[in-house]
Design a protein around this ligand. Structure first.
Ligand code: SF4
Length: 159
């Protein structure tokens, strides 16, 4: 007779999930990839007016190994896509990604040969933020969607 049978099926894993998810979703550390003009709104998102510290995400990490959210803001060229992909690969699991703005989501107005038509051509995207550029509160809304996703995560998925 183990602990699981004493407390009921799934008691341990659901409790560990709840604790891990609570800690994770209130301390999402973004890796900022400000590639062009959307980067200006990204800076406003991190500034005192919008106060992203309320969500525990004011700590921007410039090392991918310390980040769990890649925030790509701006036009991504094919040349730059290799760098973005490498940074994504260097981030530890579990990790999430936001495509901020029309360019990062779809290439935006740049239907030209050097520009990727959305970063989902080379990395998985969890939330797309429309706009050219999106307002910082739209990015906060995306962060809240990421927090909701984290709330449904299971530690068993990490193995
Ligand atoms: S979506 Fe608009 S503001 Fe953002 S990078 Fe593209 S052109 Fe610039």
């Amino acid at each position: 007779m183990g602990v699981e049978s004493a407390f009921g099926e799934g008691y341990i894993t659901t409790t560990v999930d709840a604790l891990a998810n609570w800690a994770r979703k209130n301390a999402v550390w973004p890796m900022p990839m400000g590639l062009s003009c959307c980067g200006i709104e990204l800076m406003a998102f991190a500034g005192p007016r919008y106060d992203v510290a309320r969500f525990g995400s004011e700590v921007f990490r410039f090392s991918p190994r310390q980040a769990d959210l890649l925030l790509v803001a701006g036009t991504c060229t094919y040349k730059m896509s290799k760098v973005v992909r490498k940074i994504w690969d260097q981030m530890p699991d579990p990790k999430w990604c936001i495509a901020m703005g029309a360019c990062a989501s779809t290439g935006g107005m740049f239907r030209s040969y050097p520009v990727t038509q959305g970063i989902d051509e080379f990395i998985p995207v969890d939330v797309y933020v429309p706009g050219c550029p999106p307002r910082p509160d739209a990015v906060i809304n995306a962060l809240m969607q990421i927090q909701e996703k984290i709330g449904q995560h299971s530690v068993l998925m990490d193995r």
